[in-house]
Unconditional design. Structure first.
Length: 291
């Protein structure tokens, strides 16, 4: 299975049309069609359902698409790393990030690092711990910034200064907005939403056996989307302080919960990981910043 053919396959999957894919790949349509038939013969499965005007992935095709995307991401990342071996004035790294105000520390490290290495380029993937760690484990990411205690059997880590404080985002005209802080009793019966990770990891620490009494009406993994749901009257968002615009014009406000619930942030990387030169230098910078 050639890398070139996987790129052909993904282009057809994106375009859902052989002719358009051939135009984008700058090859003839008959040649592209022949290559895909050879790939299907090699795998022993049909990858596309063909109609007069379009092509759609079969179940087997969808499986190959996921695998091909991972394979090509690793190929491209490896090529980048080798291209950087003799070019330490810059290079690229990929970082997975949790959604947190404390990302400001990472941003400051990147800002200072770019002063010394102006050709340094960073790529950020945002998400909860599970999808971020999955990409780190597959080698697609160099580093990850998570808001969950790291698995010390798999990762090395640095602790980020400060911690995130939890609270409730609500409409400014909500009766609860009159309070300076909110207790479990205040949250009881409210339609709440937050991330699946926080339901699994954070709030059991806060309310223990009472966890089942909270009404989680939905989940969101991006706080901004959650704030839109609050504005539309769907309920109340449990999230970190500073993530949501709660200015006078926003129509929203944030109130901390009590007893205080805090979450720490960590920068992690795989044990025994081999870094590109620029990634190694950036990790050294992070170690100095967070020592």
């Amino acid at each position: 299975m050639e890398i070139r053919i996987l790129r052909y396959f993904l282009e057809i999957a994106r375009e859902e049309n052989m002719t358009r894919a051939a135009e984008r790949l700058h090859i003839s349509q008959p040649s592209l069609s022949k290559e895909i038939r050879k790939l299907e013969d090699e795998l022993g499965h049909t990858l596309f359902v063909r109609t007069n005007k379009s092509m759609h992935l079969t179940d087997e095709g969808m499986l190959l698409r996921k695998r091909a995307e991972d394979i090509l991401a690793m190929v491209d990342k490896t090529a980048e790393e080798f291209s950087q071996l003799d070019n330490i004035i810059g290079g690229e790294i990929r970082i997975g990030c949790a959604e947190s105000y404390l990302i400001k520390y990472l941003a400051r490290s990147i800002r200072d690092f770019k002063e010394q290495y102006p050709n340094f380029v960073f790529h950020i993937f945002s998400g909860d711990t599970e999808p971020v760690a999955e990409r780190l484990d597959r080698g697609i990411l160099d580093l990850a910034v998570i808001v969950e205690t790291p698995n010390l059997s798999k990762y090395n880590y640095l602790s980020v200064p400060e911690s995130d404080k939890w609270g409730l985002v609500m409409l400014r005209d909500s009766p609860l907005a009159q309070k300076e802080s909110l207790t479990f009793d205040d949250l009881y019966g409210l339609p709440l939403f937050c991330s699946e990770q926080s339901i699994r990891v954070d709030f059991p620490r806060w309310c223990g056996d009472n966890m089942g009494k909270l009404n989680f009406a939905g989940t969101v993994n991006l706080a901004y989307n959650g704030s839109v749901f609050v504005k539309e009257g769907l309920g109340y968002l449990l999230t970190f302080e500073h993530l949501i615009d709660t200015s006078e014009e926003s129509g929203l406000c944030f109130r901390p919960i009590t007893p205080t619930l805090e979450t720490n942030m960590y920068i992690i990387w795989k044990k025994y990981q081999v870094f590109s030169p620029i990634a190694e230098l950036f990790l050294k910078k992070l170690r100095e910043d967070y020592a």
